[in-house]
Design a protein. Structure first.
Length: 268
């Protein structure tokens, strides 16, 4: 009887997920006809120069920001060709992933058969809200970073006790990927560290285990950035590039006017 109920619940959840993806996908279809904005066109150019001419971002990206969005453009052009719609197609499939993760998160937060409806509704509302952003604010960093944030939240909530360290590692890696998209999302890592610390305290774990867990979260979150730094170093980006990257980002996030002289150090 219990096995039958469990199988029935899984089937119901699978049908709910399929419905969420179908409804959300239909709502998001008009986004495929959106044009691209100036930022998106610039990053597409940087990715194209890397693919076609072997010119790495540290030599063609004159804004010196973190390269997560460039990796997105690179994947879009590689998968769908050098067309305007390529980024829109890639974004459409990423948003389908977001819809699925939102559905799963809604089911997880309050399990039960009726919550498939809640998950479907949450996914549909997200699709409507995203579509309402228009061509300028879709296919941007936030939308591409969201699956990493949602997945890390699911890992934190769902990882079995016996795989806690694996969960910490995955959550850290996903946080690091989100950070590459948008540096302010590194604050999610601070929140995760606090949640894991609170959880460890509730389970009365030793300070050694807590410290090891926090270090694992930190190193895994830094891993994507360190890997990027290694790739950039092999492409010729030295200390001056990262210094200029820091200057650019601090100007952007402090809402200061960006100096006309702030351009890729390797472009001069």
């Amino acid at each position: 009887m219990d096995a039958d109920l469990k199988n029935s619940g899984k089937a119901h959840s699978a049908r709910g997920l399929a419905a969420a993806l179908l409804l959300g996908g239909l709502l998001l279809l008009p986004s495929l006809w959106f044009d691209v904005g100036a930022d998106q066109a610039h990053y597409n150019y940087v990715a194209w120069a890397w693919l076609e001419h072997g010119l790495p971002p540290c030599r063609s990206n004159d804004t010196c920001d973190l390269p997560g969005i460039i990796f997105v453009s690179l994947a879009a052009l590689k998968l769908f060709g050098y067309k305007v719609i390529s980024l829109r197609l890639f974004d459409f499939f990423v948003q389908l992933v977001n819809l699925g993760l939102i559905f799963c998160l809604a089911r997880l937060l309050q399990p039960g058969r009726q919550n498939s409806r809640a998950g479907i509704l949450a996914s549909a509302l997200y699709a409507l809200a995203y579509l309402g952003l228009g061509h300028w604010n879709t296919a941007q960093r936030d939308g591409f970073a969201l699956p990493f944030l949602l997945a890390s939240a699911l890992v934190y909530l769902k990882a079995p006790a016996g795989f806690r360290r694996s969960g910490v590692l995955l959550a850290g890696l996903m946080t690091g990927m989100a950070f590459l998209m948008k540096p302010t999302l590194g604050l999610w890592g601070v929140l995760l560290a606090g949640l894991y610390l609170r959880s460890a305290g509730k389970h009365k774990r030793g300070w050694g285990a807590i410290l090891a867990e926090q270090l694992l979260l930190l190193t895994s979150a830094l891993a994507p950035l360190l890997l990027t730094a290694l790739v950039y170093a092999r492409s010729g980006a030295g200390f001056d590039f990262w210094k200029e990257c820091w200057v650019y980002l601090t100007q952007v996030y402090s809402q200061k006017q960006i100096s006309a002289g702030t351009e890729g150090i390797l472009n001069r």
